[in-house]
Write a protein that binds this ligand. Structure first.
Ligand code: HEM
Ligand code: HEM
Length: 283
């Protein structure tokens, strides 16, 4: 794989930053806020930042780059789809629970709902995320969608997936700022108390994590090579646009398949050429 060490360095950094961001969100609510609980009070609200940072930011980020891990290229595409869809489903569930927490808290305290830009962008991201998940399952996982439909939807799927991820990060930053402005009274946010510095750093971690994920997901030469059997169908080695050669094999142990394009510079180059032509080589 071209630039394997660079990919690995970015991956390890992203995982580390994302993990530290999750830990910081937990430390924030346990050390500086009212802890975690499910009583309609502040402790219930606190599940909101913890679950969105864990699910909607960290788990979604991993789901986005999971196809790009070079050691998974010997696994069947079907298995990788299950992993990608499974991680996105976990992120969705955590996001929904976090929504329940914040709406219940607002209703219990008689605070108006959906008045802020944060809540507009946030809820829009959740709605589009569930649509993306549903369409992803219906079009790319279930075997019913015709190939031209898969081909037409793939660029939209990738674009909207990345856009939602960016919107989630923007919403998280707005939420963090709001929360600090609301809850830091004496000393105020503007006086930079330790909590403010700590949580500003959490925001920086989230932005850097997002930047690394977006970089890895937008490098054409780190994309998963086309399935070998699709390449066999085309003597020039490339899978025709919209064609997905799905194997029923779902493990990563098949030695024959492990030759298939895994670590193969030729496969990478073929894949890169397809990209230059603006095509998605794999669906
Ligand atoms: C409220 C979504 C992250 C803090 C809300 C509401 C939504 C939402 C839909 C409206 C609830 C209502 O009106 O009853 C999201 C999404 C996030 C996210 C999708 C994903 C990144 C965060 C984070 C924080 C936060 C990281 C940091 C503490 C708040 C606060 C409110 C709120 C303080 C109440 C004030 C308001 O309605 O704007 N969030 N949120 N949010 N969220 Fe978030
Ligand atoms: C690729 C996002 C759900 C199937 C991608 C990519 C993104 C993305 C950003 C580009 C990855 C890359 O270029 O390496 C999302 C989001 C989802 C979601 C945010 C949920 C809300 C699903 C589901 C399926 C699916 C449920 C069904 C299996 C695929 C496939 C690819 C893909 C087949 C192409 C992988 C490749 O290029 O080899 N998705 N996705 N996605 N996604 Fe999803």
């Amino acid at each position: 794989m071209e630039g394997y060490r660079r990919f690995l360095a970015l991956l390890v950094s992203a995982l580390l930053l994302g993990f530290v961001a999750v830990v910081c969100s937990i430390v924030w609510v346990l050390r500086y806020r009212e802890g975690l609980g499910w009583d309609g009070g502040a402790a219930e609200f606190n599940w909101h930042p913890v679950l969105v940072v864990t699910g909607f930011v960290f788990v979604q980020g991993i789901a986005i780059i999971v196809y790009r891990l070079p050691w998974t290229w010997k696994c069947s595409k079907l298995l990788m789809k299950f992993i990608h869809a499974g991680l996105n489903t976990i992120a969705m569930i955590l996001a929904i629970v976090s929504m329940v927490a914040v709406f219940e808290y607002h209703n219990a305290r008689k605070i108006p709902n959906m008045y802020s830009l944060h809540s507009w962008i946030g809820l829009t991201a959740v709605i589009f995320y569930s649509l993306q998940l549903f369409l992803g399952f219906a079009v790319f996982l279930l075997p019913f969608a015709p190939v031209p439909l898969r081909a037409a939807l793939m660029p939209i799927h990738v674009y909207s997936g990345l856009l939602i991820f960016v919107a989630v990060i923007a919403s998280a930053l707005m939420g963090i700022t709001e929360k600090l402005l609301f809850s830091l009274q004496s000393p105020a946010y503007s006086e930079s108390p330790p909590e403010a510095i700590f949580v500003n750093c959490l925001g920086l971690l989230i932005v850097t994590f997002g930047a690394l994920i977006l970089w890895m997901a937008s490098r054409p030469h780190w994309k998963r090579p086309p399935e070998e059997s699709a390449k066999v169908q085309r003597p020039n080695g490339g899978a025709p646009e919209g064609v997905e050669a799905e194997s029923t094999m779902t493990d990563c142990s098949n030695a024959d398949r492990s030759d298939a394009g895994f670590n193969s510079e030729a496969a990478r180059k073929r894949n890169f050429k397809l990209d230059e032509a603006g095509q998605r080589s794999t669906m």
